[in-house]
Write a protein that binds this ligand. Sequence first.
Ligand code: C2E
Ligand code: MG
Ligand code: MG
Ligand code: MG
Length: 286
Amino acid sequence: RAKAAGGNRFEFADAEADARAITRHGLTNALPAALERGEFFIEYQPLVHLHDGSVRGAEALVRWSHPQYGVLGPDRFIPLAERTGLIVPLGRWVLEESVRQARNWQREHGGAPLRVNVNLSPTQLTHPGLVADTLRVLESSGLAPGALCLEVTESALIGADDELLEPLRRLAALGVDIALDDFGTGYSNLANLRRLPVSVLKLDRSFTQGMQQEPADPVDVKIVEGIVALAHSLELAVTVEGVETGAQAAQLRALGCDTAQGWYYARPGSPDRIHTLSLCDAVPTG
Ligand code: C2E
Ligand code: MG
Ligand code: MG
Ligand code: MG
């Protein structure tokens, strides 16, 4: 049967690949106008302290409200924006908007000042305006540098030379936190961690998934234990992403992780929701 269907299947696969390429092409071409028309928006996903469940801040996650295709997630368009360089103005917009939002949160309610995490892609890292843009955005909003955390993926920094690290070092020296995102997936040299101006390791979701079953995957438990010990000995904080159940939260808290993010606490959503979460402190802690 497979043989008989073979010809058709390949034609079908080709047609599908063509359709995907056409969509990619269309989306790529539409990006600049979409930015001008304000079709992008940001959802915020709370980051909570694992020990007491209080909200520490949120990660800014960009979406595209496409007039034809509906809401598109970043995996659909960030790689395209990255390839064409549009990621620079788009990323600048995300930074401006998120920093302004964090400042609003701080103005609107007391307690420990909420912080915001913003993702940076590799092209933004090498763009000469990164430090100046970030400083300008912080100054014009009045947000303290310590309330901003820039997330850079581990893979973007593998083999990074001093030239690439220099802007991050300057930002870190000014008090901006730098997090190593999707940590544990990039085969980076652990000794290299000492050279990087990072203050947070964000453990990839794949490790969190190993905590979902009962009992937790013993190999993942060992790995997380080891990473936490290493991170803490280097004075780095550990954040875990993709926490979906109370059992995972409890396990990761027991393993000494510091902060967590995931559907168990809250899905990414509107910026106003952060208040209800942090004010009533009703976040379950597992
Ligand atoms: P990331 O920075 O690792 O963000 C975490 C992703 O995990 C987000 O996907 C989030 O919605 C998702 N997530 C959070 N909690 C859970 C959970 O409990 N379970 C599961 N299954 N998933 C969860 P999203 O929003 O689709 O973003 C995907 C990636 O796109 C991000 O991964 C980040 O690398 C990139 N991205 C998002 N916004 C921006 C941006 O403004 N600029 C750049 N350069 N990249 C961005
Ligand atoms: Mg991130
Ligand atoms: Mg991540
Ligand atoms: Mg991730």
